[in-house]
Design a protein around this ligand. Structure first.
Ligand SMILES: [Fe+2]
Ligand SMILES: [Fe+2]
Length: 296
C-alpha cells in the first residue's frame, strides 16, 4: 500500500467516525443551567498557584473563582490555537484534490474546530464574561505561524496543543466535583480531538519524512517556540486580577511553582514522548521545552 492510499484509508475511517459520533455544543451543552455555587473549574491541585504562599492567602471562594478563570483562560488559548489551525487546514485543502477523503476529512476538522471555538467562547462568557485576548506575543507569533507554516509544523503544532488539551480535559471530564458545564465541554472536546490527533500524526509522519537535516532542525526550533507560547497561554493576567492578585507577582509565583510545572508536564507528556520518539524534540532547542516547563 502506498503512503497515499494509506492516508486515504485513515481519512476515510475518521470521516466515518465523525459521521457517527459528533456533537453540536449549541444543543448538547445546557447553556441555561446556572453555574453550581462554589464548584471549581478544575481541580485545586491543577491550579497554577496551588502550594504557593499566594494560594494560602486565598479563601476557598477565591480559589474556586481562580480555578474557573484559569479554565476560561485555557478555553481562550484553545480558541487562539484553533483559529491558527483552521487557517492551516484551509490552506491544506486549497492545495489538495477536494474529492479525496483526506481533503474532506480536513474540511470536517475545520467544521469541528469552528464549533469548538464557539463552544469555548460561550463557556468563557458564562464563566464571568471577561473579554480575553491572547498575549501580544501569542497574537503576533500566531499570525506568522498560521500564515507561513508548512504541513510538518502545522500538524506538529496541532498534536502539541491537542494532546495538551486532552491531558487537561480528560481529568476535567471525569471529576464530578467540577462545574458540569466545564465537564461537558471537556467531554465533547476530548472525543472529537482524538480523531484530529490521529489525522495529525498520519500527516506529520509523511511531512517529517520529506525534510532533510536542516529543515528538521528549523522545524525543531519552530515547534519548540510554538509549544513555549502555547503553554504560557494557559495562564492569563485577568484570571489573577479576578481574585485580587497582582498578575505579575502571581505569574512569577506560578512559573516557579513545582506543582504547576508537574501539572504542565503531565498534560504535555503524550506529545513530548511522541515528539522525542520521532526526533522532533532533540538537540539545542530542548532548552525551550524546558523553559516551557514540560520537559525535565
Ligand atoms: Fe478543538
Ligand atoms: Fe482539533
Amino acid at each position: 500500500m502506498t503512503a497515499n492510499t494509506e492516508s486515504e484509508r485513515v481519512a476515510e475511517r475518521l470521516q466515518r467516525s465523525s459521521a457517527r459520533h459528533s456533537y453540536d455544543p449549541d444543543v448538547d451543552v445546557d447553556w441555561q443551567a446556572p453555574l453550581v455555587d462554589g464548584a471549581y473549574g478544575k481541580a485545586p491541585e491543577r491550579c497554577s498557584l496551588y502550594g504557593t504562599a499566594l494560594w494560602d492567602r486565598l479563601d476557598d471562594g477565591q480559589r474556586a473563582e481562580l480555578s474557573r478563570q484559569e479554565a476560561a483562560a485555557a478555553a481562550a488559548s484553545g480558541i487562539w490555537f484553533e483559529l491558527i489551525l483552521m487557517q492551516g487546514l484551509v490552506r491544506h485543502v486549497y492545495n489538495s484534490d477536494p474529492t479525496t477523503h483526506n481533503a474532506q476529512y480536513a474540511l470536517t476538522e475545520i467544521a469541528d474546530e469552528c464549533r469548538h471555538s464557539t463552544m469555548f467562547a460561550r463557556s468563557i462568557e458564562k464563566s464571568g464574561g471577561v473579554v480575553r485576548r491572547p498575549s501580544r506575543t501569542a497574537h503576533r507569533s500566531g499570525k506568522i505561524f498560521g500564515a507561513v507554516c508548512g504541513p510538518a509544523l502545522l500538524f506538529a503544532g496541532a498534536i502539541y496543543v491537542e494532546e495538551l488539551a486532552d491531558g487537561m480535559q480528560r481529568e476535567m471530564m471525569r471529576d464530578d466535583s467540577l462545574q458540569p458545564m466545564i465537564r461537558m465541554i471537556s467531554r465533547i472536546h476530548v472525543i472529537e480531538e482524538a480523531r484530529h490527533i490521529s489525522f495529525a500524526k498520519d500527516e506529520l509522519g509523511r511531512a517529517w519524512a520529506r525534510h532533510g537535516r536542516v529543515g528538521r532542525e528549523l522545524i525543531r526550533w519552530a515547534i519548540a517556540g510554538m509549544a513555549y507560547v502555547a503553554t504560557s497561554e494557559l495562564l492569563h493576567p485577568k484570571a489573577y486580577t479576578s481574585v485580587g492578585l497582582d498578575p505579575r507577582e502571581a505569574r512569577q509565583a506560578a512559573t516557579a511553582n513545582p506543582h504547576w510545572r508537574r501539572t504542565k508536564a503531565a498534560w504535555a507528556a503524550k506529545a513530548v514522548d511522541y515528539f522525542t520518539e520521532i526526533g522532533l524534540i532533540g538537540g539545542p532547542s530542548r532548552r525551550l521545552w524546558r523553559r516551557a516547563g514540560v520537559l525535565d
